[in-house]
Ligand binder design. Structure first.
Ligand SMILES: Nc1ncnc2c1ncn2[C@@H]1O[C@H](COP(=O)(O)OP(=O)(O)OP(=O)(O)O)[C@@H](O)[C@H]1O
Length: 262
């Protein structure tokens, strides 16, 4: 009898820990995210969601445990090294250049992924590819009509879309998005969830999100973080029905999301 092959894990956290001084903020997190899964990380304020993101993306070094990207241990690596290994994180609108156009921003995102050890000739060849890829991305994020508009002159929602374009532009297959719809109106949020789904098709997505409508509309799985621990990691329906989650955090938020028509 042949064993069923285990699905490839895009990201794995093993007994991950982080302390600041004497306070242990992340307290032994285990999480196995399969390639192509969309995972929302939710939890009360101060639970440790951003700290987890900072540990995964290399901004913080773990105090204990491991982070594995496609099976490779990445703790201690610099954010740009982790980026080169295929993980890209959005920093809200801070990774777009306000004085560059939509097209130029996207092209920068693409070129960055190609590395900086250029010969001049290789650069010219790559530049053609980068231009093409930037055009494709621009259509995908529906900013093709704003091609030459400076990023600083876009609406807030357009800037967020551009930022996601830049984040995925480098070709990373694991994408981390920090509260992608924060600050958007309800109708913008609905459209934006559709856009995120489209542009991350086939990629692995992790998002920290407070809006339960977005969480339930986007995620294949939800990780519930409470006081530095993952207390549930399951499908939206299972998480919704999980008594421990209801008790610890979610009850009122789910009720709000449902009342809001999500
Ligand atoms: N660099 C740091 N130094 C010391 N304490 C920190 C640091 N970063 C985060 N913390 C603490 O870790 C805890 C978790 O913070 P974190 O920002 O990860 O929570 P969160 O779940 O993302 O919260 P929110 O939903 O409010 O953004 C908080 O008590 C915070 O004060």
């Amino acid at each position: 009898m042949s064993a069923t092959p285990r699905p490839a894990l895009a990201l794995e956290l093993r007994d991950l820990r982080k302390s600041f001084g004497k306070s242990e903020i992340i307290r032994g997190v285990n999480l196995a995210v399969q390639a192509g899964e969309r995972v929302a990380i939710i939890g009360p304020n101060g639970a440790g969601k951003s700290t987890l993101f900072n540990l995964i993306s290399g901004r913080f070094e773990p105090s204990g445990g491991d982070v594995l990207l496609h099976g490779q241990r990445i703790n201690g690596k610099k954010p740009f090294e982790i980026n080169r290994l295929g993980l890209s994180r959005s920093f809200q609108i801070t990774n777009i250049f306000p004085k560059l156009s939509v097209f130029e921003n996207l092209r920068c995102g693409v070129l960055w992924s190609l590395g900086y050890k250029y010969t001049f000739l290789k650069f010219l060849v790559d530049l053609d590819d980068a231009n093409e890829r930037a055009e494709e991305l621009m259509e995908m994020i529906k900013l093709d009509k704003k091609r030459d508009v400076l990023a600083m002159n876009l609406t807030y929602a357009e800037q967020r879309a551009l930022e996601i374009g830049v984040t995925i532009g480098g070709g990373a297959n694991v994408i981390l998005l920090d509260e992608p719809t924060a600050g958007m109106s309800k109708s913008e949020t609905g459209r934006f969830v559709g856009l995120i789904k489209k542009v991350t098709e086939g990629k692995t997505l992790l998002t920290v999100e407070h809006d339960m409508g977005v969480v339930f509309g986007l995620a294949d799985k939800i990780a519930v973080v409470v006081y530095g621990e993952v207390i549930a990691f399951d499908t939206p329906d299972a998480v919704r029905g999980n008594a421990r989650v209801q008790e610890a955090y979610l009850g009122s938020s789910v009720a709000d999301a449902q009342a809001g028509g999500h």
